[in-house]
Design a protein around this ligand. Structure first.
Ligand SMILES: NC(=O)c1ccc[n+]([C@@H]2O[C@H](COP(=O)([O-])OP(=O)(O)OC[C@H]3O[C@@H](n4cnc5c(N)ncnc54)[C@H](OP(=O)(O)O)[C@@H]3O)[C@@H](O)[C@H]2O)c1
Length: 343
């Protein structure tokens, strides 16, 4: 007997990827419900090759019979509807930033802190971290276990799909219009994104960092270790899918490049592609559709006592969002959650 699953934000970038991942992973579903805003009610989304789901209006939906809700409708919408669903007995796995830093809500990357999933019982909500944090902590975990990371300095190169489907359209239209010598007014982004880079993601915080940078710091502490210091610079680049990160690490103890490479190669969810020759590394374009986090350019940083640098790439819609959420759901049903129908 399978589970009844609701995908909230099913017409969006993350929601569509969640539907694909449920099919690919053969998640045991008895019923899948696609939910979005009122304007999408009645539209159709595919679920696998054969099934078409008719989108329903989230505002009118009753979660009483739903076991698991995979949410990605934006933080403001999750704020209202995730607690309602949770109160109706549905376990919510929320992709938005709304609940991530609440102390009684687990923030989970299954390769790093799967034990935290059990805390879902506190409020029936589990938070999925930010896409940039997820891929970074998957790569940090095996190295932290070996030599304890003191400090991380990271610069991100984040694709436009991380800002939703309208942002992808903006890059597409601007790129096409520039070639057509037409106007290229920014709407979703603050400046032109086509053929450009923008060092600003999410709102500015009082100290001058952006909220995306703050999230990488605070979420890494919550998931991996509160003592790790993280300094991030988050940059939007004109790439459709796939985030890249230049990560510099300072450890408490010595760690050789060879030991780091071996540990990463054995780590769950990580692929090391690191040949020191032209093309011997992974770029965002090559990670699209792949479930893993790719690590390349592993090398010593001789400017600090125990330093390493590396290049980390992953599909932000997959491991950075949908896949991580489905992996949490898989752990949840592995002994922690019974279907309401079975109960
Ligand atoms: N993209 C990423 O890499 C990524 C990674 C991690 C987390 N996230 C988070 O996931 C969320 C969604 O991201 P996205 O990239 O999928 O955005 P998106 O492509 O813009 O999709 C947004 C989805 O939310 C739905 N929605 C909006 N307002 C709604 C409402 N009032 N009621 C019900 N549904 C509503 C939309 O439905 P309509 O089509 O009906 O408007 C659509 O299905 C964001 O909070 C984002 O920060 C994204």
């Amino acid at each position: 007997m399978g589970y009844r699953v609701a995908v909230v934000g099913a017409t969006g970038n993350v929601g569509r990827e969640i539907l694909n991942t449920l099919v690919e992973h053969e998640f045991p579903v008895d019923e899948v419900v696609a939910l979005a805003s009122e304007k999408s009610a009645g539209k159709e989304v595919s679920f696998g090759d054969d099934q078409i789901l008719r989108v329903q209006d989230l505002a009118k939906f009753d979660f009483k019979h739903i076991d698991i809700g995979l949410f990605s409708p934006g933080a403001k919408v999750s704020e209202v509807y995730a607690p309602k669903a949770a109160k109706a007995g549905c376990v919510v796995i929320d992709n938005t930033s709304r609940f991530r830093m609440e102390p009684d809500i687990p923030l989970v990357v299954p390769e790093v802190n799967p034990e935290a999933i059990a805390q879902y019982k506190n409020r029936n909500i589990i938070a999925n971290p930010n896409c940039s944090t997820i891929q970074m902590v998957v790569a940090l975990k095996p190295l932290h276990d070996l030599a304890k990371i003191k400090r991380v300095v990271v610069a991100t190169y984040q694709s436009v799909s991380g800002a939703g489907k309208d942002a992808m359209d903006e890059l597409w239209n601007q790129t096409r219009n520039i070639y057509g010598v037409q106007t290229v007014e920014p709407k979703k982004f603050t400046k032109r994104i086509a053929f450009n880079c923008i060092p600003h993601i999410d709102v500015f915080m009082p100290g001058g960092e952006t909220k995306e940078e703050w999230k990488m710091t605070e979420e890494t502490k919550k998931i991996l270790d509160p003592s790790i210091m993280v300094h991030a610079t988050c940059v939007r680049v004109p790439v459709f899918v796939g985030h890249a990160e230049a990560v510099n690490l300072e450890f408490e103890r010595p760690l050789s490049v060879d030991d780091a490479r071996r540990a990463l190669a054995k780590a769950p969810g990580v692929i090391v592609e690191d040949r020191r020759e032209p093309g011997g590394y992974i770029t965002p374009q090559e990670c699209v559709g792949q479930p893993e986090v790719f690590v390349s350019r592993i090398r010593k940083d001789p400017t600090v006592a125990h330093g390493l640098s590396m290049w980390v790439v992953s599909d932000n819609l997959r491991k950075g969002a949908a896949l991580n959420a489905v992996q949490i759901a898989e752990r949840l049903i592995d002994g922690m959650l019974d279907s309401k129908r079975a109960a």
